[in-house]
Design a binder for this molecule. Structure first.
Ligand SMILES: Cc1cc2nc3c(=O)[nH]c(=O)nc-3n(C[C@H](O)[C@H](O)[C@H](O)COP(=O)(O)OP(=O)(O)OC[C@H]3O[C@@H](n4cnc5c(N)ncnc54)[C@H](O)[C@@H]3O)c2cc1C
Length: 414
């Protein structure tokens, strides 16, 4: 099993009562609850609240060994994986290595933007945001101060929307009373989307409501405008050049590069085109799942979201179980439980089983769902307490900028 995210963990758990020896390999030592990463990036939660050591999660499952290491190559012919100098043989291989960032052919933008996929990314964004407010406080030139207080977020999917809404709230409520020379309430949070609407995965009427809630929180929403250039201190939208020291990337997604090693056909996002049972064409012993897999169910592409990865994980385990006893494998069927996205305090949208909600009720539903799905009782309790505290006090509990996470661009020369 390669990857201990949603797909990998659900595969391993579903194989608990079977007579198989599992080696779970992940380059990180933890399982990460990505849906709450933006909370770490915006100083609402500390990193350990949304992650848990894989070794600890699986301590009660005797048929699993956990190894921390990065799989570098896969030899399909000899059934071997390579991690540095070590090689591991497999009878069945499940690949669930997720996704990474894509910059629409502009890899040179990567050095000027921060994306959000890992805990390290979240800590870097948090440091960059908090440092920008500190730099604005130091700065006496109004134009340079405005650039520090301008935050551009590229991509208005769920992650972009969450970042934008929360950032606007922090500026207006959390930080405003604490700064003396600059006024954090003047911060410009720009949410830029090339498509015609925010949250394009949701029905159009909810996109309209989400955009209205963003505007109410103080976000400037610019849809139908593709970013054409990004530098260290600006972004470009066609002819328009906007000075900003902080650009966050929430737009393109590309599948993990491991998919390219399999020699199979890939879709435009680099995801592996798998068979209906999720196996690699020509290799029934290799299953590819989660964000790394491209599969259609009921004529629709299965989305790259956590419930889909979990369902694929359970299905991969069932396929292995079926093969072990010589039964035919079932076709993967995706159950769509709906979509939800939060925007900020008492602002969210939910589309589920034909029902549509927005505002406070949707926000309460979103909170409950995320607490419920978070792994670990301690994490649930800590998050619940942190959120309750933040709700009543407007404070963010994780605002320390430490040396190791400091990420301020273009600091002035002394
Ligand atoms: C910021 C953010 C917010 C999101 N919000 C939501 C949401 O609100 N709701 C929702 O349903 N979905 C959300 N998603 C999407 C969801 O998290 C993914 O669809 C899901 O995590 C995919 O599961 P996976 O197992 O395929 O990959 P992941 O969960 O990403 O796990 C991949 C694992 O593979 C490991 N790995 C990668 N490469 C290697 C390698 N070469 N060797 C060893 N290990 C490797 C990684 O360390 C990681 O642990 C969000 C994603 C992000 C990034």
């Amino acid at each position: 099993m390669v990857g201990g995210g949603f797909g990998g963990l659900w595969t391993v758990r579903a194989l608990k009562s079977t007579n198989v020896d599992i080696t779970l390999i992940d380059r990180c030592n933890h399982h990460l609850f990505q849906p709450l990463l933006y909370q770490v990036a915006t100083a609402g939660l500390a990193a350990p609240s949304i992650a848990a050591p894989l070794r600890h999660i699986l301590r009660g499952q005797a048929n699993v060994s956990v190894l921390m290491g990065e799989v570098e190559t896969i030899d399909l012919a000899t059934h071997r994986l390579h991690l540095g100098d070590e090689a591991f043989e497999y009878d069945y291989l499940v690949l669930a290595t997720g996704a990474t960032h894509a910059y629409f052919g502009h890899d040179e933008w990567a050095k000027h933007v921060l994306g959000l996929k890992t805990l390290d990314d979240a800590l870097a964004i948090r440091a960059r945001i908090l440092t920008a407010f500190e730099e604005a406080e130091l700065e006496s030139d109004p134009q340079r101060r405005a650039a520090w207080l301008t935050f551009a977020i590229i991509g208005a999917g769920p992650t972009g929307v969450e970042l934008a809404g929360t950032l606007a709230e922090i500026a207006r409520h959390t930080l405003a009373p604490e700064f003396r020379r600059s006024d954090p309430r003047l911060a410009r949070v720009l949410l830029i989307e090339a498509g015609e609407r925010v949250l394009a995965n949701l029905p159009p009427d909810l996109s309209v409501k989400a955009a209205a809630q963003l505007v109410r929180l103080g976000v400037t929403v610019r849809t139908g405008q593709a970013v054409t250039g990004i530098g260290a201190d600006h972004i470009e939208l066609g002819e328009e050049r906007i000075p900003t020291k902080t650009t966050l990337w929430a737009a393109g997604v590309a599948a993990s590069p491991l998919g390219r090693m399999l020699g199979a056909s890939l879709d435009r996002a680099g995801r592996v085109l798998v068979q209906p049972d999720l196996s690699l064409p020509g290799h029934p012993e290799v299953l590819v799942i989660g964000d790394l897999a491209s599969v259609a169910a009921g004529g629709q592409p299965v989305p790259g979201i956590a419930p889909a990865a979990k369902q694929m994980g359970t299905h991969a385990a069932q396929c292995i179980g079926a093969s072990l006893v010589g039964r035919p494998r079932a076709v993967f069927r995706y159950r769509d439980y709906g979509s939800l996205a939060t925007i900020g305090r008492r602002a969210a949208v939910v589309a589920m089983h034909g029902y549509r909600l927005s505002g406070t009720f949707a926000w309460c539903f979103w909170l409950a769902a995320h607490i419920f799905f978070l792994i670990g009782f301690r994490n649930r309790l800590v998050v619940l307490i942190d959120w309750a505290w933040a709700y009543f006090s407007y404070e963010r509990s994780a605002r320390i900028i430490s040396g190791s996470t400091q990420s301020a661009p273009n600091r002035r020369a002394m």
